[in-house]
Design a binder for this molecule. Structure first.
Ligand code: ADP
Ligand code: MG
Length: 341
């Protein structure tokens, strides 16, 4: 075969392989877009575990009708414009790939109305043969995205979708993670027309524990110790289970780096080390931790799904977490020592 440039549709479908693994990854990308658009209310409606429909509506700043088609194009983003911006990212998105990828493997409708626009407009990318139709529509200020029949045109991918219940539980988990990252945003989740989660916005920091309880359960929230420390310009805040309170599973471990949810070996290692000797060997600590540091010190452009980061000063980050968690735990330790003596 001669060398040829891939059609935009095929290029998007290939990229979709990295960004859109399953319905939950669609939900993650779309909700992150709502947050980047400064929405404070996000409504999510799922049908059949996302196989059938993923509908997300926000009250954010909207997309101008002249930019609707562009928003669906690959490498189209309003979040960065030059290499320097990449060093200093404050938004959750920046790759300009999600909408293009999702629309290449679904039937997508994007409806939006910025407050400055009289009329809402709608872009339909049925099957995404790169033909987008734009028409006037009705919508309050903000944006809705309706994603139907995910992977309908990529049967090999569709085959990998799991049962409705399994896919929904992944979506639920994505929403839990996001709900923990943004206390100030109301998030509602419905499945098959039934309300499943309601996370009302938390207005003041004293009430944050309510969101923790709603997402992580009262068992964790009632006992959790708060952490709030800063070393070397790296701030660590959040809640963690006290000494002696290990869990059977490692299912309640959430770490955010500058508001972005992370799975990071280095961070987990530091936390684990701080708990050493304070919980039983086979049990796991529970924590919701927020690491805040100079964005220049973190590289988020490591993985297309953006759940990995690279720290420029990995050793320092490890030390700061270890010290902060150890200090918080030492305060709970004396009680633990008394109990087990
Ligand atoms: P990225 O988030 O990396 O910029 P996306 O493909 O997710 O790429 O989105 C493309 C662009 O569409 C965004 O940069 C943004 O300008 C616009 N956009 C997407 N979703 C929304 C939304 N819910 N509200 C406002 N603008 C949005
Ligand atoms: Mg995005």
């Amino acid at each position: 075969m001669p060398i040829q440039i891939l059609s935009p549709q095929l290029a998007n479908q290939i990229a979709a392989g990295e960004v859109v693994e399953r319905p939950a990854s669609v939900v993650k990308e779309l909700v992150e877009n709502c947050l980047d658009a400064d929405a404070n209310t996000i409504d999510i409606e799922i049908e059949k575990g996302g196989h059938k429909r993923i509908y997300i509506r926000d009250n954010g700043k909207g997309i101008h009708h002249q930019e609707l088609e562009l928003a669906l194009s690959r490498h189209a983003t309003s979040k960065i414009s030059k290499l320097d911006d990449l060093e200093n990212i404050c938004s959750l998105g920046f790759r300009g790939e999600a909408l293009a990828s999702i629309s290449s493997v679904s039937r997508l409708t994007l409806t939006s109305k910025p407050a400055s626009q009289q009329q809402a407009w709608q872009a339909c990318a049925e099957g995404r043969d790169m033909q987008v139709t734009i028409q006037p529509s009705a919508h309050p200020d903000g944006t809705s995205i309706d994603v139907l029949d995910l992977f309908f045109n990529t049967p090999a991918r569709r085959k990998f979708l799991r049962a409705e219940k399994t896919e929904f539980s992944h979506i639920d988990e994505v929403i839990r993670r996001i709900a923990l990252s943004r206390f100030d945003v109301t998030i509602n989740l419905k499945h098959n027309s039934k309300g499943v989660r309601k996370y009302p916005a938390i207005k003041d920091s004293q009430s944050q524990i309510k969101r923790i309880a709603a997402v992580c359960g009262h068992e964790f929230a009632d006992k959790a110790i708060a952490i709030n420390s800063e070393y070397e310009g790296i701030q660590l805040t959040g809640w963690l289970s006290p000494a002696g309170e290990g869990r059977g599973q490692n299912d309640l471990q959430y770490v955010y780096v500058n508001g972005r949810v992370m799975k990071d070996k280095l961070i987990n290692h530091a936390i684990r080390q701080a708990y050493e000797g304070l919980i039983e060997t086979n049990s796991h600590p529970a924590f919701v931790l927020f690491l805040t540091m100079d964005p220049m010190q973190v590289d988020v452009n490591v993985h297309p799904a953006k759940h990995e980061v690279r720290f420029h000063q990995a050793r320092l980050v490890h030390d700061v977490i270890f010290r902060s968690v150890s200090k918080a735990l030492s305060e709970s330790f004396s009680e633990y020592a008394e109990d087990t003596a």
